[in-house]
Ligand binder design. Sequence first.
Ligand SMILES: [Zn+2]
Length: 462
Amino acid sequence: MDKIEQLRREIAEKEAELVQLRAQLVDAEKLSAGIENDKDEGEGEWKWPLAESDYERYSRQMIVPNFGLQGQLNIKHAKVLLVGAGGLGCPAAAYLAGAGVGTLGLVDGDAVEASNLHRQVAHSTDRVGMMKVDSAVTYLKGLNPTITYRAHATHLTPQNAEEIVSQYDLVLDCTDHPTSRYLISDICVLLSKPLISASAFQTSGQLIVLNNPPGKGPCYRCVFPKPPPPESVIGCGEGGIIGPVVGVMGVLQALEAIKLLVRGDHLKSRAGDEEAVKQVGMLLFSAMGDVPFRTVRMRGKRKGCFACAGDDSALTLNELKTSMDYIQFCGVNQPVKLLQPEERISVVEYERISRESKTHLLLDVREKEHFGLSNIRGSINIPIGRFTAHRGEGSELSDLIPGDVPPDAPIYIVCRVGNDSQIATKKLKDLGVDRNGERFIGDILGGLKAWKAAVDPSLPFI
Ligand SMILES: [Zn+2]
């Protein structure tokens, strides 16, 4: 394993070195092309607005009706920032680089992991461990070495947001958490940048173009004034995601960006153009639905919006930098504390109980897909939803406890990290299954994560 780690590190270092060298090569090529262009102009040989190689590279999109040379020039002079170089950011960046966006910036503070690769198509197996922005730029330079890339190897924060976002004309939110969505929207409002926001979860996704034109279109807070409850927010790592679902959403983000840039929306707004604001729609994608794509019409700006109500708004650049706490605003998912210490046992204790093969029941309350990948031998899967949906006394108890267990056998409950297991334990006690303490019911502290760490490291997935 050490050897593998060492090789991965060495490859990542070499890749980073290659990124540097490629950047130097592109700069040198640009310099040399610039000198040749000047010479051409001087001799009157090349009098077209794009380089010869650009006509070759971009002609297939330039000949599309309403795109044309002007569309290409608008794209070439645009600077686009993608926040997040993951499932949305990889395909979005690939299409924007391919289309010839002049400057492409990527912000991401994470490194590539093997579990990213099924959907984050700009990364690769030999770049696991490398910063995502460097890995993505390596891929993008292979695709189109003629444009400028800026890698910001950091998370976007209230402190660095102004400095980073102010360098660009248009922003794509390719992140996966509400805290970053509100921050990105707020900074785009304050700096007058249009924002293309997308998200994806499991088999569905959504997409909306915000603050377009800046100051006139709604912002993220207009659409979602309140964050979702923290317990409902599950990252893609835990909730799961189908690769092409997030891929579709990233590709649609790139498409909206290209439409916006070709039309020149980002230029009009600066000139104070008083064009009517188009109706804003939110695109909903459901991969398993009968109707995969739907658009919901949105109301425009919300009166008195915290961020975008102009003079009435409470938000300023200084306020954002010094006193906005997005984590607090979105709420913190507190660990569940429902049980007393004597109602909980450690994984080591449970391991002893299972070795002594005393009659007992071990319920695993994770979702069945999780259970199907790895579980403790002898455990029975009853997903937590069955406990929370149980209507209480009078309803069938066999939904929660298999019928063939002696009525005095102790019941142990396990989940991923030890939160849901407490909820399930409490529910059984509320239903009187413990007969006022005669029968032991308790959960396993730290769940399967602790089990893998202390007892069985071979469990393949938690
Ligand atoms: Zn707003």
